[in-house]
Design a binder for this molecule. Structure first.
Ligand SMILES: NC(=O)C1=CN([C@@H]2O[C@H](COP(=O)(O)OP(=O)(O)OC[C@H]3O[C@@H](n4cnc5c(N)ncnc54)[C@H](O)[C@@H]3O)[C@@H](O)[C@H]2O)C=CC1
Ligand SMILES: O=C(O)[C@@H]1CCC=N1
Length: 301
């Protein structure tokens, strides 16, 4: 297994990633389970990489990918076998679908042709309902809808899961164990999945955007880019650690930084003047609406 991780073009060395093993990676339910990832793009690679770093063997994984060069690169990097869809759905116990919602239709046709009845299909696709998979795949297919996020790559994913009609508690527990080895997992009613997609699925992008803007502010103030990046990234890591602690209420934490007649309140006034809070609420609502729209494109009614 390679000790570097690549996503979106950037490479980070293993030891800097702060990778930590999660208790759920002991493999109680998953055991010798074979997992196939259909579509090894950004989130598919994050999952494979996360599972390998959590201790899963490359022999337990399979993947499909429509671009041969990408498939070759991933096999060389992770030692995971590239197979076709028929091979993946026949050989794997858990089939994880990680293609864009816009690419789902032809893949469902391919899967349906070879999928043995009763298999567990885990969809990571934004907006797509468990009902879509149940309608298009063999009767009795167990479907679990998941909204993960890319911090999976460093073992810090937030994943929300919802079971379809034929998914029983044991299937949800298996998916919890699978995703628990690469981050946190919560069960939500499927009706909340579009909102979850906007909050934690897209959420990392909003934090990255904020960090990018703050680094730009450093440049404006004459700080070299590398120094500004260190200052802001470490501040973000520290703030995240505080948020996760028992004392982690965001309002109290912000108040503790905001001294009377000090610097922070001068900055907060500008954020309020520019409507940043309202902009964030609108942004997350727009992302929720887009998730609903992606799903609507595949509804039959
Ligand atoms: N990128 C993210 O942060 C997150 C993405 N998702 C969901 O994960 C899914 C994938 O998203 P990304 O990884 O960002 O997209 P991506 O475009 O990076 O990856 C999709 C991959 O699937 C491959 N593919 C498409 N059709 C295929 C087929 N029939 N057979 C084999 N491979 C095929 C593509 O070549 C591509 O490599 C989407 O449904 C998205 O909603 C969910 C949570 C977070
Ligand atoms: O932007 C997207 O559609 C995907 C789903 C959540 C995060 N990325």
């Amino acid at each position: 297994m390679a000790d570097t991780l690549t996503i979106g073009g950037s490479v980070r060395e293993g030891p800097e990633r702060g990778w930590r093993e999660h208790p759920a990676c002991s493999g109680r339910l998953l055991g010798m389970t074979t997992i196939a990832v259909l579509g090894a793009g950004k989130i598919g690679e994050s999952l494979m990489s996360g599972l390998l770093h959590a201790g899963r063997s490359p022999e337990d994984l399979l993947f499909t990918e429509r671009y041969p060069a990408r498939a070759k690169e991933l096999t060389a990097k992770y030692g995971v076998e590239h197979v076709d869809v028929a091979g993946a759905v026949r050989r794997a116990d858990v089939i994880v679908v990680a293609v864009k919602p816009q690419d789902i239709e032809p893949l469902l046709d391919e899967m349906a042709a070879d999928l043995p009845s009763g298999k567990l299909v885990v969809s990571l696709c934004a907006g797509l309902s468990t009902a879509l998979f149940e309608r298009r795949l063999p009767e009795g297919t167990r479907v679990v809808r998941v909204m993960p996020n890319t911090p999976m790559l460093v073992g810090e994913a937030m994943s929300a899961i919802s079971g379809g009609e034929h998914a029983e508690d044991e299937h949800l527990r298996l998916v919890e164990e699978l995703l628990g080895s690469v981050g946190k997992v919560v069960r939500v009613p499927e009706s909340q999945q579009d909102a979850v997609t906007a909050l934690s699925g897209s959420g990392p992008a909003y934090f990255f955007y904020l960090v990018e803007a703050m680094i730009d502010a450093g440049i404006l103030l004459g700080i070299p880019r590398a120094v500004a990046a260190d200052l802001i990234v470490q501040s973000a890591v520290g703030a995240a650690a505080m948020l996760r602690s028992d004392e982690g209420h965001p309002v109290m934490l912000r108040e503790a930084v905001t001294s009377p007649a000090g610097t922070t309140i001068a900055g907060i006034r500008e954020l309020e003047k520019h409507g940043v809070r309202a902009a964030l609420i609108d942004a997350i609502e727009a992302a929720r609406d887009r998730s609903v729209e992606l799903g609507r494109a595949h509804r039959e009614d």
